[in-house]
Design a protein around this ligand. Structure first.
Ligand code: DCT
Ligand code: MG
Length: 399
């Protein structure tokens, strides 16, 4: 594209290279030299480039930096990298050079510099340095345990702990119940959950729900509601409610009791509802919602899963542990809870920001508040309409 702007010597270099590529001749040219010549390999041979640097590659790099700033508790920078990664994720075109991202929002100077380095050389010095940093590696390992957040991980790291065996052997460490289960089922719950497994869990929860209240409403939410392709999740999220006002909390405890009786409950943390319309709207931006909910680890039998358990070849147990979240809003809050729990987190954040900045409204998992009144909604479409936005399907909310 920009060949005409290059000095003659370089143009010669390019035509020799492209001709050789067309003829299928192997070309032994140092990447470094080619970059000097062309500035970008993608421009030179677009057909060959996308296999080397995909959008996923760029997003992963930005996510590493986001995570490292999350560990360092610098939320602004963390968010900037997450935003940049989200914007790239939603692009319908390939990015071969920085020019392909011109005019896009949310790409800060730092993110652009990282992307440019990767697009030109295949690597980012900062990302590689982060990945090989002992503290980053240790915090990443510790926070991969269910129940261990950045603060606990940091505390363990400061105490000189570097591995799971260090943690488990350390005399002064008290693991709470959630962390104990996190270690106990670590192998299973750090393994991705397949769509077939999510479906099997849906059936299992559905049976439990029907046994408690035949007219209950159960909906799959979270990542599995957004995915269309072969994506995997880290847990399975459901919303469950009933048309009988005030009975939704009983429904949730009923489901838990039934799963327990069936011997399927490996862990359960139940949070009772603290939902109170009187205390709304909330001006807290990122607060957790107030609905009754539970964080579970459920035993899933391989026989219930179409095509069998994912990645369990040869372990011989015939079951696996899966993380499941159930949230139970009152029926008139269902649409808000569904929209909020469908995610992605970044999408939710942006939608709330849009509501506030562009519409002067407050949106959260409970309500949509317009200056003086709460707006009613029975479906997600109602909420989009109140916001003056075109409805978008869950699979379009992945960024
Ligand atoms: N959510 C929320 N409030 C919380 C936790 C989550 O509103 N306290 C929303 C944001 C995303 C959605 O619920 C599901 O959360 P996750 O299960 O963490 O993410 P996911 O998108 O389902 O992705 P995965 O589970 O595959 O990591
Ligand atoms: Mg999820």
């Amino acid at each position: 594209r920009d060949v005409k702007n290059l000095p003659a010597m370089h143009v010669l270099g390019i035509s020799w290279f492209t001709d050789s590529m067309k003829e299928g001749k192997p070309v032994a040219v140092e990447t470094r030299h080619l970059i000097e010549v062309c500035g970008n390999l993608g421009d030179l041979c677009p057909a060959w480039w996308p296999e080397r640097i995909s959008l996923t590659h760029l997003c992963d790099a930005l996510e590493v930096l986001a995570e490292s700033y999350e560990f360092k508790e610098i939320p602004g920078r963390c968010l900037a990298f997450r935003r940049a990664s989200s914007v790239l994720k939603s692009l319908p075109w390939a990015v071969r050079c920085l020019r392909d991202t011109e005019g896009l929002p949310c790409l800060g100077e730092h993110s652009k510099a990282v992307m440019e380095e990767i697009l030109q050389s295949g690597h980012s010095f900062e990302v590689e340095k982060t990945l090989s940093d002992e503290k980053y590696q240790t915090l990443k390992l510790f926070t991969s345990v269910f129940g261990v957040g950045p603060k606990t991980a940091e505390k363990w790291y400061r105490g000189g702990l570097r591995s799971f065996s260090d943690v488990l052997a350390a005399p002064g460490i008290h693991l709470n119940r959630m962390q104990q289960s996190g270690f106990l089922h670590y192998g299973d719950i750090s393994r991705a959950v397949s769509k077939a497994e999510a479906r099997a869990l849906g059936n299992l929860i559905d049976e439990a729900v029907r046994a408690v209240t035949p007219d209950a409403v159960l909906a799959l939410t979270g990542g599995f509601r957004r995915y269309r392709g072969k994506e995997f999740g880290h847990d399975v999220d459901f919303i469950v409610t009933t048309r009988e006002p005030g009975k939704e909390e009983k429904l949730l405890t009923g489901i838990i009791e039934r799963l327990k009786q069936q011997g399927l409950l490996l862990y359960c943390e139940y949070n009772a509802s603290t939902f109170d319309m009187v205390k709304l709207p909330s001006h807290q931006f990122e607060a957790m919602d107030h609905f009754a909910k539970c964080f579970l680890i459920v035993r899933l039998e391989g026989g219930r899963v179409e095509g069998g358990l994912h990645g369990a070849e040869g372990d011989g147990r015939g079951w696996r542990a899966v993380r499941v979240d159930l949230v139970s809003p009152p029926m008139d809050r269902y649409a808000f809870a569904l929209l909020g729990w469908t995610g992605s987190r970044q999408f939710e954040r942006d939608l709330r920001r849009f509501a506030r900045a562009e519409r002067r409204m407050l949106l959260d998992n409970h309500t949509l508040y317009d200056k003086t009144k709460f707006l009613a909604a029975t479906t997600e479409k109602d909420i989009f309409a109140h916001l003056g936005l075109e409805y978008i399907e869950p699979w379009q909310r992945n960024a």
